[in-house]
Design a protein around this ligand. Structure first.
Ligand code: NAI
Ligand code: NA
Length: 396
């Protein structure tokens, strides 16, 4: 069928299989162009279908030649109804992996549940024996706790006081002021329960308990810091509390892996347009200014450039992994450069509905957003009949 974008707020209800495929092929080609990485050989990626997780999977497979298992939560297609983008991304990734002779299988379901953890462990045991890298890249608005059944919904709110600042509706380009009321204690607890470290620790404990981690195995989860501008709604808000918890969990996991010589890290990544980040107020305006500055400086990166650099120059560079004073890997180093942040802060002051198309990269933001769903991708014929029923070859 002919598939068109149907946008509702922060999401697009449709996805284009050919556009998603082209995005994946472009990412694979990028990784190949950067040369081989002396990296992991058997990799589990939790949150493998979009964003940083997908880019981590592509880098593992096509950079290091790794066998990969991906876990994700995506909507399969139905006659006349498209799948969600991560479904098509995975279908394309696995088809390319098979062509290249690389093992690739996946599990579609709730990674927070005991059932999906068990299913994943059974697959590792049967096919790979152990894994030497576990990437934890979930971004979810809710979590059902596997032991208590309690459903937690995360919030994106400031803590202590109302936060008022500018934001942009990236579809219309209208810059307006937004006020976000402070979180309740419950909002904080809930957000930590969803996006904090508990589930990451549960995964590693389960994998280790079943002897499915190779000696010297590494696990990495992703965090964000960002500038003072977004601090009230991000790093010092509810989501920031969850990231604090995630970062603290890296140390407890590292301790638990000592006897197998394993390691646990958090990598702080760059702000990028993903389904997760588009939903956070204020962030889209920041990203559109950041993109403008970083593109002008020639240091702009997408998810794949970030993850390729993380693997090649940090995790698997063959030397001690450089970290900041809090033990975190910093691949947000170019975003956080003083000159970059000074320019963004100055542009922030000037940004209005009228000035943004000129001083910011609103077009780049929109293009990236459309690309997430496989639309507006160069080289794809959107007038042609597309097969929405594409299947994931290695789905277990
Ligand atoms: P994303 O929305 O592109 O990817 C989320 C992944 O999690 C998808 O594969 C999705 O299928 C999977 N997922 C969600 N709920 C699930 C569930 N219940 N069970 C199984 N899979 C599930 O998000 P993105 O942006 O790649 O985020 C990944 C991590 O990177 C998050 O921790 C995020 O905070 C972090 N990060 C994001 C930044 C950004 O600007 N986008 C910047 C720095 C860090
Ligand atoms: Na991801």
């Amino acid at each position: 069928m002919i598939i068109e974008p149907r946008i509702r707020g922060f999401i697009c209800l449709t996805a284009h299989p050919e556009g998603c495929k082209q995005n994946v092929v472009n990412q694979i080609n990028y990784v190949k162009s950067k040369g081989a990485i002396n990296g992991p050989k058997k990799v589990l990626v939790i949150g493998a279908s979009t964003g940083f997780g997908l880019a981590s999977r592509i880098t593992s497979a096509f950079g290091a030649g790794a066998a990969t298992i991906g876990v994700y939560f995506e909507k399969p297609p139905a006659e006349g109804k498209t799948a969600s983008p991560g479904w098509y991304n995975t279908a394309a990734f696995e088809a390319e992996a098979q062509k290249a002779g690389l093992y690739a299988k996946s599990i579609n379901g709730d990674a927070f549940s005991d059932e999906i953890k068990q299913k994943t462990m059974d697959l590792i045991k049967a096919d790979l024996g152990t894994v030497d890298l576990v990437i934890y890249s979930l971004a979810s608005p809710r979590r059902t706790h596997p032991k208590t059944g309690v459903v937690y919904n995360s919030a994106l709110k400031p803590i202590g006081q109302t936060f008022t600042n500018k934001t942009v509706n990236f579809h219309t380009g209208v810059v307006s002021e937004i006020s976000i009321t402070p979180a309740s204690e419950e909002d904080i607890t809930n957000t930590i329960a969803v996006m904090g470290g508990e589930d990451w620790a549960m995964w590693i404990e389960a994998l280790k308990g079943a002897n499915l981690l190779s000696p010297g195995a590494t696990t990495v989860a992703y965090s964000y810091i960002g500038p003072a501008l977004t601090e009230p709604v991000y790093r010092k808000g509810t989501i920031g509390r969850a990231k604090d918890d995630l970062e603290a969990t890296a140390f407890t996991i590292a301790d638990s892996l000592k006897d197998i010589n394993g390691q646990a890290y958090v990598s702080v990544n760059k702000a990028l347009v993903t389904q997760a980040s588009s939903a956070i107020p204020v962030i889209p305006l920041y990203i559109s200014l950041l993109y403008k500055v970083m593109k002008e400086e020639g240091i702009h990166e997408g998810c794949i450039e970030q993850m390729q650099r993380l693997f090649q120059t940090r995790l698997f560079a063959g030397s001690a992994i450089p970290t900041d004073e809090k033990g975190r890997i910093r691949i947000d180093d170019w975003e956080m450069r003083e000159d970059v942040q000074a320019k963004v802060a100055a542009l922030w002051e000037q940004s209005t509905t009228e000035s943004l198309p000129e001083i910011g990269d609103l077009a780049g933001y929109k293009a990236d957003f459309m690309n997430l769903f496989g639309f507006d991708v160069a080289g794809v014929d959107y007038q042609a009949d597309a097969n929405e029923m594409v299947q994931v070859p290695g789905l277990v």
